[in-house]
Design a protein around this ligand. Structure first.
Ligand code: MTE
Ligand code: MO
Length: 205
């Protein structure tokens, strides 16, 4: 089944980092090419079998097919990537579905304060809802006008521009709302629980 075409909003949301006078956070250096980094192999994902499960602290669990997902309202975001391994890649244009649009269709119940984003192969990452529900956070399907390639997270990857790039889960499969913070894959292997690049929240001590 071919991936259905999406209609993208033309208005570009600039992530706050892109409007700073000094764009490069402490301890980072600029790169021009986009590195590929992940644990394990690139998963084989059949777009017609892909689903996004929204679960945990919700009234009723929801499961979206790629078709359902592609029918949600879309956003275009400009962001800088800051990887904890010290490379930064400026001015990326992402198109996809905003976290705020996901909230509209299946909101977390009030006690929920955190989210765990699940990816193929049991990979996870965690973040507070206040970081997740920002206008520049999106589930992206395109990067710089082209479909996101498999090694960068196709069909759908998360982009959290204000945190280190390990929070930007590739090959997303689920969104789980929780009352208590639950460390994800890297967060339980020594990475910082939060990951703000401007505070150099790289590793937990
Ligand atoms: N599913 C999944 N997402 C992931 C990872 C991973 O191992 N699995 N690695 C993270 C890390 S550590 C980084 S730096 C970025 C790299 O994304 P890129 O390969 O598109 O540059 O993906 C993040 N998202
Ligand atoms: Mo990383």
């Amino acid at each position: 089944m071919p991936v259905p075409e999406q209609k993208h909003s033309r208005e570009e949301i600039p992530s706050p980092d892109t409007q700073r006078k000094l764009r490069v956070p402490p301890g980072q250096h600029l790169v021009r090419d986009w590195p590929v980094l992940h644990a394990g192999p690139v998963p084989k994902i059949d777009p017609s079998a892909w689903t996004l499960r929204i679960f945990g602290m919700v009234k009723k669990e929801k499961r979206l097919s790629l078709q359902d997902f592609m029918e949600l309202p879309t956003v275009t975001v400009r962001s800088d990537i800051h990887c904890v391994t010290t490379w930064s890649l400026l001015d990326n244009i992402w198109e996809g579905v905003g976290a705020e649009a996901i909230r509209e269709i299946c909101p977390p119940l009030p006690p929920a304060k955190f989210v765990v984003v699940h990816a193929a192969g049991d990979w996870t990452t965690n973040l507070p809802l206040e970081d997740f529900f920002q206008p520049d956070v999106l589930f992206a399907v395109k990067h710089n006008g082209r479909p996101i390639p498999p090694e960068h997270g196709a069909p759908v990857r998360l982009v959290v521009p204000r945190l280190y790039f390990w929070k930007s889960a590739k090959w997303v499969t689920g969104i789980e709302y929780l009352e208590k913070e639950q460390p994800g894959f890297w967060e339980s292997r020594g990475y910082h629980i939060h990951g703000d690049p401007w505070k150099e929240e790289r590793y937990s001590d």
